[in-house]
Structure formats: C-alpha cells, structure tokens
Ligand binder design. Structure first.
Ligand code: SF4
Length: 493
C-alpha cells in the first residue's frame, strides 16, 4: 500500500499519495539557450512529463527561468517547472520568483569551516544555525510565490559535517535530509518533497526505506521523490532504475520519480511509465523477509550449459517461477526456507519484470541462485540477468560505468564518451568508472568510482583517479586514450 503523505501543490499539479505518481525529468540544454530549453521542455511535456527541472548555475541562468516560463505559458504549456540550485542560496531566491518548485540541498548553502575534517559540537551547531538562517531568508519568497521545495540530498554532495558525525553512510544521507526537513517544518513551511539519491541501487533503496521510517516516526508525512543518480546509459540505466525505483514503489514509497538516463531526457519518460506499470502488476505485495546485506556466498546464475558441470540436477534444486503473481508464490515458499533458488523461463518475463523480481530478491537476500531457461543462450536477456545481479552489488561481474544524465552544465558529448568507456574497459570486475558532465557536481557524485572523466569547459575534460585530478583540460577526442593511460599508470587495469 502506498505510504500516506501530505498532498503538495506544485503549480497546477499535486504530488502526494492521493494522486498518481508524477513522472518528471530534467533538461540538458544550456539554460541560457532559451529556445532550446523551451523546446526540450515542450518535448518532455508532450512525452507526458508532468514536471521539468532546469539547472540554474548562475544569476544569468536563474533570470533565464523567467523567459523560459513565459515562453512556455505563451505556447500553452502550463505544467510546472523546477529550478535546480546548488550551493548558492541567492540563486534560489531569484529562481523562486519564476518557477513553481526549487530543488535545493540547504545543507550545501553554508560551509563555515571549509578546511574542517572534523567538527566540534559548537561548530556543528553553528553550521546548522547558519543553514536555518539561510532558509529563513528564503522562506518569504517561497510563501509569496507559492513555490514548493524539494530537499534533494545526493551522496556526492553530502557535507563534511555530516560525514564527520555519521561517516560516509546511509545514516548520514538520511540525517542530512531530516535536518533540513525539521528546519522547514519548525518554520511552518510544509510544501516539501524529499529525495535521497545515490548511484548505488542498494544504498538508494536502503536510504529511502530508512528515511521513510524516520519521517513517519516523527510525524513528517512529506512525499518522496525517487531516482538513482548517474544510472548510466541504455539498459544499464534502465535496469538500475527499475530495480531501485520499482522496488521502492513496491514498498509503497515514492510519489514522483525521475529515471536519469544519459542522453536525450525524453527517453526517460517511457522508461518511467513502464516502471510504474510494471510495479503495479505486482500489487499487493505479500510480506517478504529482508536479510542483512552481505557479499559472502554470492549468488550464481546458471543456464542449460551448466547441466553438465557442477549442478547436474538443476531441475530439483530450483523452483519454477510462475508468471502470474510471482511474489505471492515466492513468499509462500519463504514461509519454510530462508532463501530460494528459482528457475525462470526468461522469455515469459520482460526486462522490467526481471529487474524488479530478481533485483528485490538479491537486494533483500531471499534469492540465491537463478537458473535461466531459454532456447537460445545468445538471448540478450541472459546478459540482462547478469547485469541485474551486478547492479544489486551482490556480485561484481563487469566494470561498472556510472554516468550522469547531463544537464545545462554539460559541455561535451557525454553519451558518446560513456559508450566509448563502456566498450573499452568493460572487462574489469570490481572496477567502477565514471563519466560526469561537470566539475561542479561530478567529482562529488562519483565518489564511488575509482576513476572518472569529468567535463571541464567546452569539449574539455579532466581525469580523476581516487578523487584526485591526474590530467587536466584534455580535449574530449583524446580523453579516452588518456584515461586508459592513467588507469594503467595507477594499476587499475
Ligand atoms: S554532474 Fe554536472 S553535468 Fe552531470 S547532471 Fe550533475 S550537474 Fe549536470
């Protein structure tokens, strides 16, 4: 059952448990290119996005939001737009005059002790007070313009203050969100949506489950926005999003979603729609166990080829997964055993169904091995199942390539570079590489990666290894070669 929330007005739509799940997206045009941004908003609205977010990196871009909004209204598009603001509270105040929603992380509005690795109690309190002060200054503009706020916490932009207190953990992410929510709530401002996103499917699920349990205990029933940052391109992005978003929706968590895929954002909308349709097929979800996460005893995937090897009688070890009500069937089996091995006729299930069912099983620990039945071992769904296992983090089979969806900050062809990186470095299990659009958020957001390419200027990029810049201002047509060189120098490949 969907978690009960407040209903939050965002312009002419409402977000909350009494309304359908809202699909949103974000432009990746240069915000100051008004015509392109308006056109992309229109394509997104026509594709059925109900809310479009636009980055505002500086005052000029924040002012452009006014022109973009006016153009959209003049062309008959009255659905809301949101401004994406990082670090600069002044930009939030400007943007709040023009848009229906702002996405901020007030925790990043102040950094009183930039050189601190650790904080005294007094410093901690001073910084929280300073955040409150910034929110108080923003509030009259929000109220006057009826603007809603998304408190958006991302793993990559978690403040050092919270990392010092809670470690670089799921708890720190949740605390960051709740700290801000409490400030707004105490100031009697309740037009709030909350999100916690990371590039890890497992952590995104864990963080949102923890967030909701804490919010509900505090009586703070704000809607939740779901997404996975840097989900990547093509199927990998679809699988990551389906496992994380699909399963949180199955938990009853989530009132608005964004699927972040690198490339044209319009592609995201149909993926989001399919995730929603797919999870709804599995409702109501029967009670299912959740076991603590461990990499020991990693799951295995078998195909017909394995009949002659270690598992001679796979048919007896695996239970057939029915197409109809698969979770009810599994839940029934789990009444007598802790884990199940399942046999799946993969032609009967689509990618989204496989991602949600197998992803949930591996994330929550009740699924062990899987036997894939198919006529043709070249069936691409066999690879998809390996990919699902990989994104749950239960087994590292391939190189993981994370890439941001790109936005107005991206000044190079990120989709092409991501494809090249995926192709050239695909065979290193345990290695995580990143391709990020900009140096503003890229380095922080790719903390999980050992190395990455980060856009820095028009058609230029920097290369990072273990969080440090090792090569700067490389023309993008040479950056993948240079990346390979650096990966070798640092013994990563
Ligand atoms: S990393 Fe930079 S370019 Fe990529 S989506 Fe985030 S802000 Fe935009």
């Amino acid at each position: 059952m969907r978690r009960k929330t407040l209903q939050i007005p965002i312009g002419n739509i409402l977000i909350g448990s009494e309304y359908p799940i809202i699909i949103q997206s974000m432009t990746n045009t240069l915000t100051s290119d008004i015509q392109s941004t308006v056109n992309q908003c229109i394509r997104l609205f026509d594709a059925d996005a109900k809310l479009v977010r636009i980055t505002a990196r500086n005052l000029k871009e924040a002012e452009c939001l006014k022109l973009i909004k006016n153009d959209l209204i003049n062309m008959g598009y009255e659905l809301p737009i949101a401004a994406d603001i990082h670090f600069n509270p002044h930009l939030a105040k400007v943007a709040a005059n023009y848009v229906e929603k702002i996405r901020i992380n007030p925790g990043n509005f102040v950094n009183l002790f930039p050189n601190n690795k650790s904080y005294t109690n007094e410093q901690y309190k001073l910084e929280v007070d300073a955040i409150k002060n910034e929110i108080e200054k923003l509030l009259p503009i929000l109220v006057a313009n009826k603007v809603a706020v998304r408190i958006g916490v991302n793993k990559g932009s978690l403040s050092q203050r919270l990392i010092d207190k809670f470690g670089n953990t799921t708890e720190a992410l949740v605390e960051s969100a709740i700290e801000n929510v409490k400030i707004f709530n105490k100031l009697n401002f309740n037009n709030i949506v909350i999100s916690i996103k990371t590039s890890s499917v497992y952590e995104t699920i864990a963080a949102n489950r923890l967030l909701v349990s804490k919010l509900d205990k505090l009586g703070l029933y704000y809607p939740i926005h779901l997404g996975v940052t840097e989900a990547g391109i093509d199927k990998e992005g679809i699988i990551k999003s389906s496992v994380a978003i699909g399963n949180l929706l199955l938990d009853g968590i989530g009132d608005t979603i964004r699927v972040s895929l690198t490339g044209d954002p319009v592609k995201e909308i149909s993926v989001a729609e399919t995730i929603i349709k797919t999870y709804q097929k599995f409702l109501p979800l029967p009670p299912m166990p959740t076991y603590s996460y461990t990499l020991e005893n990693a799951p295995k995937i078998f195909t017909i080829n394995d009949l002659t090897t270690e598992h001679l009688d796979l048919n007896n070890l695996f239970i057939d997964l029915p197409k109809n009500r698969p979770f009810d069937f599994i839940a029934n089996k789990l009444k007598t055993v802790e884990q199940v091995n399942i046999k799946i006729d993969i032609d009967k299930f689509d990618l989204y169904e496989l991602s949600i069912i197998l992803g949930r099983g591996w994330i929550d620990g009740w699924l062990k091995d899987v036997y894939l039945v198919c006529d043709n071992l070249k069936n691409e769904k066999v690879n998809d199942v390996y990919q699902i296992l990989q994104v749950t983090g239960k087994k590292k089979l391939l190189t993981e390539v994370i890439s941001c969806p790109s936005c107005g900050r991206t000044m190079f062809d990120i989709e092409s570079i991501t494809r090249q990186v995926k192709k050239r470095f695909s065979i290193y299990p345990g290695l995580t590489l990143a391709v990020m659009g900009c140096i503003v958020n890229g380095p922080g957001e790719m903390r999980e990666a050992q190395a990455g390419i980060v856009g820095n200027g028009i058609n230029k990029a920097d290369i990072y290894v273990f969080g440090r810049v090792v090569a700067k201002n490389i023309p993008v047509d040479k950056v993948v070669d240079e990346f390979e060189k650096q990966l070798k120098i640092h013994n990563l490949i």
